[in-house]
Design a protein around this ligand. Structure first.
Ligand code: PLP
Length: 323
């Protein structure tokens, strides 16, 4: 994994959240402050808001593209934290620009690279100090394990390894076997998911009942340029869209799907959909949902290895049925 991310060293954890919380707990102490993107996986957002404060660690939240605010917040912070492709709004972070700000203030940039995977993006090449993954997703790839990984310089990973050994969030041997096996097919799976996701995103843009589609490889995406520069022009296996009519229609739409399964994970062989506000981001209040760009009809769709035409037919029939 260290080789894939171009890092000196790596450590395996029992889940993505175990890797992420170990970053904070191994690198920060009471009285420290971190700066984090406002657009993060719900569990990470909640850790910064509800867990770290109990241990005397404060967080300044900034929009990931508000570079002036980040520049003001970073001095004196212990680390700057973001996701390559933010969950769930699928916005691409300008990693070189964030790394530049972090380096100017001698603060490490920590990047959750779960949505991009090292196949599409290697944040260390763009100036990040540390990379974390939920290996539950694209690395495992088969919806049959829960795991996390951190990659970085030997000294930092050494501190995280010591923390994991003492506190216990380590990866089990069988999970490690499954993760290593999953990694062998990761480049092929991701190539296929990206190709299918673009086809599905383009089809969704034309469907009635969908007000907006969020996918960085789309011509209409505000992140198209970042997608070209940081992700080799590929948008990843995950997209999002707004169902017209809000939460009630989104629920009817999801119930009418036959091929796409409603489930909270992503990055595996099966296509999965979630209504973000009711599943992955339940910890956020109405204002926080608004700030993260999550509307009532917002659905996140992870594209698996099914035939993209079958997926498009399924989404179309479910939209019709929910109208
Ligand atoms: N990071 C991101 C971007 C995620 O989407 C998730 C879970 O969905 C996590 C971290 C947490 O990973 P895990 O479920 O392996 O704890």
């Amino acid at each position: 994994m260290a080789d894939l991310e171009g890092a000196e060293s790596a450590e395996a954890f029992s889940s993505g959240m175990a890797a992420i919380s170990s970053v904070f707990f191994a690198l920060c102490s009471a009285g420290d402050r971190v700066v984090a993107a406002r657009q993060l996986y719900g569990g990470t957002h909640s850790t910064t808001q509800h867990v770290l404060p109990r241990f005397g660690i404060e967080t300044t939240l900034c929009n990931v593209d508000d570079f002036d605010a980040i520049d003001v917040a970073v001095p004196g912070a212990k680390l700057l934290y973001c996701e390559t492709i933010g969950n769930p709004a699928i916005r691409v972070a300008d990693l070189p620009r964030l790394a530049h700000i972090a380096a100017r203030h001698d603060v490490p940039l920590v990047v959750d690279n779960t949505f991009a995977s090292p196949v599409l993006c290697r944040p260390i090449e763009h100036g990040a100090s540390l990379v974390v993954h939920s290996a539950t997703k694209f690395i495992g790839g088969h919806h049959d394990l829960i795991a996390g990984v951190a990659c970085g310089d030997a000294a930092t990973i050494g501190r995280m390894r010591e923390w994991a050994r003492e506190v216990g969030p380590t990866m089990s041997p069988f999970t490690a076997f499954l993760a290593l096996r999953g990694m062998k097919t990761m480049p092929l799976r991701i190539e296929r998911s990206c190709d299918s996701a673009l086809q599905v995103a383009e089809a969704l843009e034309k469907m009635g009942g969908v007000t907006e589609v969020f996918y960085p490889a789309l011509g209409s995406s505000p992140d198209k340029d970042l997608c070209e520069r940081l992700l080799d022009g590929r948008g990843g296996g995950t997209l999002a869209f707004d169902v017209a009519g809000g939460k009630d229609r989104a629920a009817r739409f999801q119930s009418a799907l036959r091929l796409v399964a409603p489930a909270a994970s992503l990055g595996g062989i099966h296509s999965l959909i979630v209504h973000a506000a009711s599943v992955t981001h339940t910890q956020l209040g109405p204002d926080e949902l608004d700030a993260a760009g999550i509307s009532g009809g917002f659905c996140r769709l992870s594209i698996g290895l099914e035939d993209p035409e079958d997926l498009i037919d399924d989404l179309a029939q479910a939209l019709d049925a929910s109208a």
